[in-house]
Design a protein around this ligand. Structure first.
Ligand code: GRF
Length: 208
């Protein structure tokens, strides 16, 4: 059984999807051992407490740079003996110590079909605003491994969502979460915990 550490900064609906997936059996090969937030105000911390999961806060305000934040984060992950890290709306940049210590063990959910609308500056509503401004008819979500490049690691799962004529960035964000993120993030978490993914260059193969 793998120990999962979920890193959050906000509302935590993706965290909730992972916690629910553990209860409904979608996630069998891992259990959430701790939730770490970069903000003390994140509602995700309440969700963790309600589920009886240890909730920690490492606030960005207390660390002057990426390197010192990274060290504090690594120490916390080691304290809980975390095997697999899930970034679920985590708004801090990971430093190289954590990335190296957890190579191919960190996954992130991004609310677009990468390589569209991703990379530096594309987070939250901005992603959906950009998709609407470009006029694409289909968007979606991607779960990928995390490396040094923002949203640049190998893709594990993607799910498409149609854009409707009446969509605003807000309605699109909600639908992408419900119809894509909350489904593929627990699925990908299980695949990684069960050692069912094989990385070949940029291509991830799912073992049966
Ligand atoms: C999600 O849209 C996720 O894709 C992005 O940040 C948002 C987090 O939402 N990285 P929540 O905190 O899981 O509700």
């Amino acid at each position: 059984m793998k120990k999962i550490g979920v890193l959050v900064s906000g509302g935590g609906t993706n965290l909730q999807a992972i916690l629910d997936a553990r209860t409904n059996g979608t996630i069998k090969s891992g259990a959430v051992a701790c939730v770490i937030s970069s903000s003390s105000k994140a509602y995700a911390l309440e969700r963790a407490k309600n589920a009886g999961v240890p909730a920690e806060c490492i606030s960005g305000k207390d660390y002057p740079d990426v390197a010192s934040y990274d060290e504090a984060l690594l120490a916390m992950l080691q304290k809980y003996e975390i095997d697999v890290i899930v970034l679920a709306g985590f708004l801090k940049i990971l430093g190289e110590k954590v990335i190296h210590a957890y190579q191919n063990k960190i996954i992130n959910v991004h609310p677009s079909l990468i390589p569209s609308f991703c990379g530096d500056g594309y987070y939250g509503l901005k992603v959906h605003e950009a998709a609407l401004a470009y006029g694409v008819k289909v968007t979606g979500a991607t779960v990928h491994f995390v490396n040094e490049v923002t949203d640049g690691g190998a893709i594990i799962l993607q799910k498409a969502v149609n854009i409707l004529p009446e969509d605003t960035a807000e309605t699109l964000q909600k639908r992408v979460m419900k119809e894509a993120e909350h489904i593929i993030l627990p699925q990908a978490t299980e695949l990684v915990c069960a050692d069912k993914v094989e990385i070949c260059g940029r291509t991830v193969q799912i073992k049966q």
